[in-house]
Design a protein around this ligand. Structure first.
Ligand code: GLN
Length: 494
């Protein structure tokens, strides 16, 4: 067994026991990256030298019996988090040459707690996508393949690089962000865990903005506990982000062991869609049975506005994106393409810098915010958003958490669902409601489909009640006992 196979909790504990050093585990991760990243394209930038310096510094602190939550633990960082002195691309050409002079609050918190950064993980351009195919730095390959079929599959998106890196054991954990499902859907596609915490739980300061009222940072790990450990470091109030909440950070790790005895678990009937594969339905029923066997009570609930969530999201998110992306004008940072006058400089820079999906979002966003259509689209979407939140608020008067599938399908092949953007957007059907409402959502690997691909279940909780979400996720994880290795890793190093 290689050090790369250890969970993040095992790495942390092994370092504390001096079973191995941070340089040992960091070297093991960098070796695995050197071997497998050419196949996976999970990292845009690998900061090997810097990682080994950070690891050596962590080893000195460990030798001095210092204790910090992540001391010496190597992580992958989604390339949407600004990292001081390390290129941050957001998966876009327009930020290609950008080296931030500052560190995002979330990554600064991880560094404060002793983490080592292996490099920057690939993603859909500006985190817009569900397949990682929109990255200007090339698609990421899912380390899983269908049984008896070599077709390359997508890892999901937008945090596809983070998910592939963790699933293929290039890193024990990774940071990610979720605006409409970008943590949970790739976690489900790659057979790992990931949580989008409550909006406001983690600071957005220094994270390249997509849709500011929806964006939220969170961790990805191979276990629920690993996510809990990372989230405890990432979270916390930050005066630099006015939407970051002034609430204490509880012991998320302990919550994973709480169990579900006496909990009421809601089963939203509107999530039973005709488009859902029968195996996803079967997996959902299986997960609910596990929870009942562990002492939870299942409650049928209704979230009547669910059917509007996707359409609402694809108005609100592009609207905010079109406004946020106005800053990429070639003047202050990033790519610049000169022109005869200022107008032409803007046009040339944006034409050279933005990919098709980003342009589509900017166009939709500008349209729904334009004077003639604002009331018909944007204002209406805001009203629906309030109704979606009200559905959840009402459901949570009856139940402690909700359990649903994470995505309507398992990972699909590269090139599939690419003809028509709406088919791609349908992937987000189960994940966007949590962003619209700001509530926490966790994806846990629950089993495999007939072709041997992982499927995830989603646990949704009350605002700032990630502890119950972790408790339910931990319970599903214990029953699922998911331990299959992705095809690539099973064939490569083990
Ligand atoms: N897939 C969704 C989108 O394309 C969500 C992306 C995200 O969560 N960043 O907008």
């Amino acid at each position: 067994m290689s050090l790369c196979d250890l969970s993040l909790a095992e790495v942390r504990d092994g370092l504390r026991r001096r079973d191995f050093t941070s340089v040992d585990i960091t070297t093991a991760c960098l070796d695995a990256i050197a071997e497998l990243n050419p196949k996976l394209n999970a990292f845009v930038t690998v900061t090997g030298e810097r990682a080994l310096e950070q690891a050596a510094a962590a080893d000195r602190r460990l030798a001095a019996d210092e204790v910090a939550p992540l001391l010496g633990v190597p992580l992958a960082i989604k390339d949407l988090f600004c990292t001081a002195g390390v290129r941050t691309t957001a998966g876009s050409k327009i930020l290609g040459p950008f080296v931030p002079p500052y560190e995002s609050t979330v990554t600064a918190n991880l560094l404060r707690d002793g983490a080592v950064f292996l490099g920057k993980a690939n993603l859909d351009e500006f985190a817009m996508g569900s397949s990682n195919m929109t990255s200007a730095y090339g698609a990421v390959v899912n380390p899983w393949t269908r049984r008896g079929d070599n077709a390359q599959l997508v890892p999901g998106g937008s945090s596809g690089g983070s998910a592939a890196a963790v699933a293929a054991r290039l890193a024990p954990g990774a940071t990610a962000t979720d605006t409409g499902g970008s943590i949970r859907q790739p976690a489900s596609f790659c057979g790992i865990a990931g949580i989008k915490p409550t909006y406001g739980r983690c600071s957005r300061w220094g994270i390249v903005a997509f849709a500011s009222s929806l964006d939220q940072a969170g961790p990805m790990g191979r276990t629920v506990r690993d996510c809990a450990i990372m989230l405890a470091s990432m979270a916390g109030h930050d005066p630099k982000d006015s939407t970051s909440a002034e609430v204490p950070v509880p012991d998320f790790e302990a919550a994973c062991e709480r169990g579900v005895r006496g909990l009421r678990i809601g089963v939203p009937r509107e999530y039973r869609s005709d488009a859902m594969a029968p195996e996803i339905e079967a997996m959902w029923q299986q997960g609910l049975t596990w929870l009942r066997e562990q002492g939870a009570t299942l409650v049928d609930v209704s979230l009547p506005h669910t059917k509007y969530a996707l359409a609402t999201y694809y108005i609100v998110a592009p609207a905010e994106a079109s406004s946020n992306l106005a800053r990429y004008d070639g003047v202050r940072f990033g790519l610049r393409r000169e022109g005869a006058d200022l107008q032409e400089l803007y046009e040339n820079t944006r034409a050279a810098g933005f990919g098709d999906e980003v342009r589509r979002r900017v166009l939709i966003g500008t349209y729904v915010l334009s004077a003639g259509y604002y009331d018909a689209y944007y204002l209406r979407a805001q009203k629906l958003r309030a109704l979606i939140l009200r559905d959840f608020t009402e459901a949570f008067t009856k139940v402690d958490a909700l359990v649903t599938p994470t995505a309507p399908t398992a990972a699909f092949a590269m090139g599939e669902k690419m003809d028509d953007p709406v088919t791609m957007y349908l992937n987000d059907i189960f994940t966007v409601p949590a962003n619209m409402a700001g509530i926490p959502g966790l994806s846990v690997p629950a089993g495999l489909d007939v072709s041997g691909l992982p499927l995830g279940l989603q646990v949704l909780g009350k605002p700032f009640d990630e502890e119950t979400v972790f408790a339910v996720g931990g319970a599903i994880e214990r029953s699922a006992n998911f331990s299959t290795l992705p095809s690539l890793r099973a064939g490569a190093l083990s």
